[in-house]
Design a protein around this ligand. Structure first.
Ligand code: GDP
Length: 455
């Protein structure tokens, strides 16, 4: 008889299991809201109504006269809590039955089940964290590599938010100067905002946005990994390279041409950066319909990849398939790997390449070094990881950059200051959306619904 309410009324006291559901030593049920302490007090055999904030209490969860579990209850009073509301956490024994029973009792006594991400949403709505920080909470939970953990932590500490806030304040300065000029033209001692001044500020903004966006590429790599495509003609050794890289026999290696028709994937990390490696069907001109589907699929993946490892067979002269692949990957970050170097060389290429032999592992270390160099992995790892990484944030900044360009064009055409103000305000608003100074309910719901329950 659990009643689920729609919507997320902030007055409600909410509860959820915050640990992952399953068998474990301990589970934590978190309760947040005005009534959190009263609700748990009703089912706890110790009185916590007058407990001091940030104290832990040993006791039992009781249902009528039934002892449900032996627990530790933490009481944290508003406002120094994650949600800024009263929070009570019940540490009970792990396992599905006990955890669910305790949650059920809490819900029966006045709390409602939290929506996914609702605790974090409250932390945001109550002003404890901004939107970028809220999203980095999720990134921190989802972090699979050391670098993504570090970046999420850096974002959570507000460094990126401050960067955005600084840009926003600069926009606000211009806006307020323009407004004063328009409203009080008779004041002689105020700063008259000229197009030159706007041009200077907007050009600065353009530079800063460009820099943040450039660095956001690092953020994307840290968060999502480097999408790596191994491509080449059949039988050049693509699967062997993937196998050696991931150090297990995941891809099928045979000497029958056209074996790897399906896409095979593997992951490795290089110095804490994830590489999602895809081994593709060998590319060659073919009349076999099934093989052709594989070939087309391989080619279609090129655009989307961050890195191409183009494999050539040292023992065969370049043919038109090789040349086509060299041509279609020339604008991508790519490494040409010339395999089978134990055999007689028939290939020469006028470009830096990595030579290898996947039977003896020769060249694989060089391949990894080259990847590190191409993506400046050493630099990323040593940096403070102060990068924007969310796709939405990146597209918002790109939108700002577009408006900046519009303003610069308008300035060239000598548009008046008050006309430019509209665009400057728009940038100010967009930057505000990023950190959540202004927000759209629907977007907010969408964002927090991606969180796990209990966070
Ligand atoms: P793919 O079709 O490009 O994925 O190629 P595979 O990895 O399946 O390899 C094709 C054949 O080439 C297999 O028989 C491998 O054992 C062989 N092979 C792979 N790398 C080398 C190498 O460096 N030297 C030699 N001699 N043979 C290799």
């Amino acid at each position: 008889d659990i009643i689920l309410l729609e919507g997320d009324i902030m007055e409600d006291t909410i509860a959820a299991i915050s640990t992952s559901l399953g068998v474990g030593a301990v589970s934590i049920i978190r309760v947040s809201g005005e009534d959190a302490i009263r609700v748990v007090d009703k089912i706890f055999d110790k009185n916590i109504l007058n407990a001091q904030s940030h104290t832990i209490h040993y006791g039992h969860i009781i249902d009528n006269n039934d002892v449900i579990d032996e627990v530790l209850v933490s009481v944290m009073k508003s406002p120094k809590t994650f949600t800024r509301e009263n929070i009570v956490e019940v540490n009970c024994h792990g396992g599905i039955a006990t955890t669910n029973k305790v949650l059920e009792l809490i819900l029966r006594n006045g709390a409602r089940l939290a929506l996914p991400g609702e605790f974090t949403k409250r932390a945001f709505l109550n002003g404890r964290i901004d939107l970028i920080e809220a999203e980095s909470v999720m990134d921190l939970i989802n972090a699979k590599t050391e670098s993504s953990r570090k970046m999420a932590m850096s974002n959570l500490s507000g460094k990126v938010s401050n960067m955005i806030r600084e840009l926003r304040n600069k926009m606000l300065d211009i806006i307020s100067n323009i407004e004063v000029n328009i409203d009080y033209p008779e004041y002689e001692d105020i700063l008259v905002v000229t197009n030159d001044m706007i041009e200077e500020s907007v050009s600065n903004l353009k530079n800063q946005l460009g820099k943040i966006l450039k660095e956001a590429e690092n953020g994307k790599i840290i968060k999502e990994g480097i999408k790596t495509l191994i491509i080449g003609r059949p039988n050049v050794g693509k699967s062997s390279i993937l196998n050696k890289l991931i150090d297990e026999d995941k891809a099928i290696v045979t000497d029958i041409e056209g074996t790897t028709r399906d896409i095979v994937e593997g992951n490795i990390t290089i110095d804490g950066i994830l590489l999602n490696i895809i081994d593709t069907a060998g590319v060659r001109e073919t009349s076999n319909i099934v093989e052709k589907i594989g070939v087309d699929k391989s080619l279609s993946l090129i655009n989307d990849a961050d890195l191409i490892i183009l494999v050539l067979n040292n023992n065969e002269c370049l043919n038109k398939d090789d040349l086509m692949l060299l041509e279609s990957t020339k604008n991508k970050k790519r490494i040409i790997f010339i395999n089978k170097c134990d055999l007689e060389s028939k290939v020469s290429i006028d470009e830096e390449v990595v030579y290898g032999n996947t039977i003896t592992n020769d060249g694989l270390d060089n391949l990894k070094s080259k990847i590190k160099e191409l993506f400046n992995i050493d630099g990323i790892i040593k940096s403070d990881m102060n990068y924007l990484s969310s796709a939405t944030h990146i597209s918002t900044l790109k939108e700002c950059l577009k408006i900046v360009d519009d303003i610069l064009i308008a300035l060239e055409n000598n548009l008046t200051v008050d006309m430019l103000e509209i665009d400057i305000k728009k940038i100010w608003e967009l930057l505000g959306n990023l950190i959540g100074d202004s927000y759209d309910e629907e977007l907010l719901d969408n964002l927090f619904s991606k969180f796990c329950l209990g966070k």
